[in-house]
Ligand binder design. Structure first.
Ligand SMILES: Nc1ncnc2c1ncn2[C@@H]1O[C@H](COP(=O)(O)OP(=O)(O)OP(=O)(O)O)[C@@H](O)[C@H]1O
Ligand SMILES: [Mg+2]
Ligand SMILES: [Zn+2]
Length: 526
């Protein structure tokens, strides 16, 4: 026997087989039982969810030799002719290719003739939103007072494009996307019939990829059946669908939690080399953290997370690393990235910057812990000598004597002028941002540039890794020095009092940690 694709072979033939649309099946069955069948119906909803199937079942229910009946027999000539698509009393019109007024006029001529054999002459107009406005107008008159033997069933994926005048003359039925478990159940049935096995998660991802459309899921299943030998595996599904395995999102979450930038960025690199789109990845990450947020929120809503058990368990294990507020911040960053990367030639770079921010997000958005760390270190330092690491790395002061510019405050002003004027020739923006700094402090080969809170943007600009390196290089070239530059944001200050300069130790710690000081009060101080 010729091969028939699953979607056709498994077209529902009775209301009971229509998966996930019970609300519609029941209403239509009741209309028949109560003898309240209307003369025009409109079925709307996404593709592949049973609109055409429902229309045909309804047609059978009306024209079956036992009909109108909620349970068409599927055996009489009326039923079988409809199933086989050769019933003269069921006319299916494709709205997309018969959209002009002439065709609707023709239809108006035809409906005057009584059905050839059945009780009703039924017209199914698919994609009805494609009709021209003249065609709609012509149809309107017919819909107003159709002959009693005529029933119209319109189907559309875009109900908004159907004029209100038409809609108000029809009974409207909105079809729902089919839930993943229901699709999985159907896929299992198909597999049983062809004696194939599949991993549970493989079926889950097939169903999920279909976004509620049964036909799409069935088509993917057909593809998987041809591709796989014996058992359909989860990894095969990812491969055939060309979507990344969900593990990569766990991997991203893990590297963010562990502040492991290099893993995150190598993973990104690999995925992009494998042909993945930045937009797919950003959307995937948003969805991932959205799910994580829901899992963090409370038990009540966790059923909103459509994922295999195993993935949910993995995600739950991350909840010790992320608070709800963290996830919320991550989502804000990601959604901004989504907008920024759209149509941007720098999509990859922007996503990388986001990854940097995400990996460092704890420093950025949980300043309290950083400040605590700094305070502890400061105490240790003042209690006795330098930070261990620094001891090793910093050469003894005498080596650098002639370059040491600490406390040369008179000269400072001059030097700053020189620096700014240098940059105004090199890169005006940098000069501008440097100029906005509140204070420059040279100390022990470290130039600390302090910004006020309201100059955070300037600070962020100059503190960006590559800009900072550039500034450092240029200053060293200009002043013939070998110093490091550190940008900081001014912390709280006593009213009316000048800020004390950051102590060299704290500046060093900030430098070691690549950190910054952020005041408590921005974050509601938790
Ligand atoms: N609710 C459903 N229950 C069971 N199978 C379904 C359902 N919806 C769709 N299918 C499967 O998908 C195939 C196509 O369904 P149908 O033609 O009814 O979709 P549709 O909503 O009319 O789609 P389109 O908007 O693309 O015309 C069916 O033959 C069937 O295999
Ligand atoms: Mg259809
Ligand atoms: Zn019948």
């Amino acid at each position: 026997m010729a091969y028939i694709v699953t979607a056709r072979k498994y077209r529902p033939q009775v209301f009971e087989e229509l998966v996930g649309q019970e609300h519609i099946a029941n209403t239509l069955k009741n209309a028949i039982l109560k003898e309240r069948v209307g003369h025009a119906y409109i079925f709307s909803g996404p593709r592949g969810i049973g609109k055409t199937s429902a229309a045909r079942i309804f047609a059978k229910a009306l024209n079956c030799k036992n009909g109108p009946t909620p349970t068409p027999c599927n055996e009489c000539t009326f039923c079988t002719e409809i199933t086989e698509g050769r019933s003269l009393d069921l006319v299916e019109i494709d709205g997309a290719s018969n959209r002009r007024i002439d065709e609707i006029r023709q239809l108006r001529e035809n409906i005057r003739f009584v059905p050839s054999a059945a009780k009703y002459k039924i017209y199914i107009i698919d994609e009805v939103h494609m009709l021209t406005s003249e065609a709609f107008n012509a149809l309107l008159k017919t819909l107003e007072e159709p002959p009693s033997h005529v029933i119209f069933m319109f189907a559309t994926t875009e109900i908004n494009k159907v004029p209100q005048t038409i809609r108000s003359r029809c009974q409207q039925f909105v079809f729902k996307r089919i839930a993943i478990p229901e699709i999985v159940k159907m896929l299992k049935k198909v597999l049983r019939d062809v004696s194939m096995e599949a991993e549970e998660d493989a079926l889950f991802w097939i169903a999920k990829s279909a976004v509620g459309a049964m036909r799409d899921a069935q088509s993917v299943l057909d593809q998987m059946i041809s591709y796989c030998e014996g058992t359909i595996k989860e990894e095969d599904v990812f491969y055939v669908l060309g979507i990344p395995s969900y593990d990569i999102y766990h991997e991203f979450a893990r590297s963010i939690a562990g502040e492991d930038f290099s893993t995150a960025v190598s993973l990104l690199d690999k995925l992009l080399r494998d042909g993945m789109e930045v937009s797919t990845l950003v959307t995937g990450l948003i969805e991932y953290f959205r799910n994580l947020y829901i899992l963090a929120a409370d038990k009540e809503t966790s059923n909103l997370v459509d994922l295999p058990e195993q993935d949910i368990d993995t995600m739950k294990s991350f909840l010790s690393s992320f608070t709800k507020k963290d996830i919320n911040n991550i989502l804000v960053l990601l959604s901004r990235t989504y907008l920024d990367t759209k149509n941007s030639g720098l999509a990859r770079e922007l996503l990388e910057i986001t990854l940097i921010k995400l990996v460092r997000y704890k420093d950025i958005i949980q300043p309290v812990s950083l400040i605590k760390r700094l305070e502890e270190l400061k105490q240790k330092i003042t209690a006795g000598g330098q930070v261990a690491d620094e001891k090793k790395n910093t050469p003894p002061p005498e080596d650098n004597e002639e370059k040491d510019v600490s406390n040369a405050s008179e000269d400072n002003a001059d030097m700053i002028k020189r620096i700014i004027s240098h940059f105004s020739k090199k890169r005006r923006a940098i000069a501008e941002f440097l100029n906005r700094a509140k204070k420059y402090n040279f100390d022990n080969n470290l130039l600390t540039v302090t910004y006020e809170q309201n100059e955070r943007l300037s600070y962020e600009h100059v503190n960006e890794d590559s800009t900072k390196k550039f500034i450092e290089k240029e200053i060293n070239k200009l002043l013939q020095l070998d110093i490091r530059v550190n940008f900081v944001i001014n912390n709280r200050k006593a009213p009316g009092k000048e800020d004390p300069p950051l102590s060299p130790e704290v500046s060093k710690v900030i430098d070691v940690f690549k950190g910054e000081i952020i005041p408590n009060n921005n974050y509601g101080g938790n």
